[in-house]
Structure formats: C-alpha cells, structure tokens
Design a protein around this ligand. Structure first.
Ligand SMILES: CC(C)(COP(=O)(O)OP(=O)(O)OC[C@H]1O[C@@H](n2cnc3c(N)ncnc32)[C@H](O)[C@@H]1OP(=O)(O)O)[C@@H](O)C(=O)NCCC(=O)NCCS
Length: 221
C-alpha cells in the first residue's frame, strides 16, 4: 500500500502475532505514522530491518521496539552432507490430531526464544497439516522435533528439537527430509531466517549453510 510519502507491503508476520509491514519506506516520521494509520488491519505491527536500514530510526521514533534478531542462512540442496539417522527416531508427516503432543514439544523446544514468545502459545503451527512439508520426529509416541518447510521454495519456517534429544542428529534428519521434499517439488535450495542464537548458528554452519545477514525485528503493540 502507498500513502503520501510512504509505502509498504502487508502480510502476516512469520515471527510474531502481528501484521508484518515489509519493505517500508517513509519520507519522515509523520509519513510513517500516516502509513501505519492507513493499514487496514488491527495492531500489533512488526518489521524486519537489515542493520543500517534508515527506517530503523524512524520506526523507533514511531514507537516500534526491538524484540529479536534473526540470521538468514541458505545453501544448495546438492551436496548436503547426509548424517547418520538418530537411533530409535522415526519421521512422520504431521497431522493435526498430533496437536496436543506438538504443542508440548514446541513449548519445550522453543521456550526462551523471543520469536516464540512473540508468536504466543499456541503458535498456530498445530493446525499446519497439509501446508508445505511439515515433518515431525518421534521416539516411540513422544514427539521430539518438528520442521515446517515451504515448498518448492525450500524456506524452513519453524524448526525445533526438545532439549533432552539434542545433539543426536534429530534436526539433521529433519533438514534431510525438508531437502528431499523441496527437491521433489522442484526446488534447489534451502533457506531459513532463524533467531540468532549460538545453537542455531552452530547447527546451520555444521550443515554447510552460509550466513546471508542479520535482521532486527521491531514491534509496535
Ligand atoms: C538448533 C537445533 C534445532 C539443533 O537440533 P539438534 O537435533 O540438536 O541438532 P543435530 O543433533 O542434528 O546437530 C547436527 C550438528 O549441528 C551442530 N550443532 C547442533 N547444535 C549445536 C550446539 N548447541 N553447539 C555446537 N554445535 C551444534 C553439531 O555439529 C551437530 O553435530 P554433532 O552433534 O555430531 O557435533 C536445536 O538446538 C533447537 O531446537 N534449538 C532451539 C530452536 C531453534 O533455534 N530453532 C532454529 C530456528 S527456529
């Protein structure tokens, strides 16, 4: 949408229960405020800005507050190192009747992440069967990990493994599966924008993903 001296695109935020204002440009603080007032959806609103984006100062002036930092990582599917499957772990396509188990696993895996907090509980992924590739990892009946990927684009939107099952290769299995689903539907690359934590960086770097920059997430409630 465009108003006098300002413009943006509008959609659901992937990282908060909010309306995402994308590619925001505004001549000055007043133009940004007028743009926000014209958004045909109720707040909160959020933005994701690259470091040094001149919109950062204007957004703060307009009452946006930082709530998380993300790092974007990407790699070609070709050559993705294949890991050993984790002992006793199987992968299944998610179905919505797993919602209760899924919500518990999502909480255990993501509690503490600013993005998870901003999404609110439940996040809504528990109704995500049938959209994209949604794969879960199970040990027995216990849901221990999950990965939601948009195909064929190969965008990994939501990935987590419960703390007691980490460092056993579960997330690696989930990424292998996301890569297969993406390739089958014609995609060639995997891309993720994840909360910037040492574990996430270490994990994606171990799988040969390259960092493509960071973004600051800001919200106005
Ligand atoms: C990031 C995360 C998904 C990794 O899950 P995981 O099942 O432990 O990962 P894997 O066991 O498949 O790890 C594969 C390799 O990545 C690297 N790695 C993973 N976690 C690491 C850590 N905390 N520190 C250093 N290296 C790590 C290691 O090289 C590991 O191989 P190794 O254990 O043989 O050394 C998990 O830590 C998690 O759920 N974190 C919170 C949620 C999150 O950040 N999600 C991502 C974005 S939404």
């Amino acid at each position: 949408m465009t108003t006098d001296g300002a413009a943006c695109q509008i959609g659901p935020s992937p990282t908060a229960r909010a309306v995402r204002l994308d590619n925001v440009t505004a001549r000055d603080a007043a133009a940004l405020e007028a743009l926000i007032q014209a958004v045909p959806a109720v707040p909160p609103y959020d933005m994701a800005l690259a470091p040094g984006d001149p919109m950062g100062a204007l957004a703060r002036e307009a009452g946006f507050e930082p709530y998380a930092t993300t790092v974007t990582v990407a790699r070609a599917i070709e050559g993705l190192p294949a890991g050993e499957p984790a002992d006793g772990v199987r992968l299944l396509t998610y179905s919505n009747d797993m919602a209760e188990r899924y919500d518990d696993a999502e909480f255990d895996a993501l509690d503490g992440l600013a993005i998870y907090k901003a999404m609110g509980r439940p996040t809504g992924y528990n109704q995500g069967a049938g959209y994209g590739d949604f794969t879960v990892a199970l040990r027995g009946d216990h849901l221990i990990g999950f990965c939601f990927t948009q195909v064929p684009e190969g965008i990994i939107w939501w990935l987590g493994v419960v703390p007691e099952e980490r460092r056993k290769g579960v997330a690696r299995m989930l990424i292998d599966s996301a890569a297969r689903a993406t390739r089958t539907s014609g995609g060639t690359h995997l891309l993720a924008e994840v909360e910037d934590t040492p574990e996430a960086r270490a994990f994606f770097s171990a799988l040969g993903f390259r960092e493509r920059g960071t973004r600051e997430l800001l919200i106005r409630r």
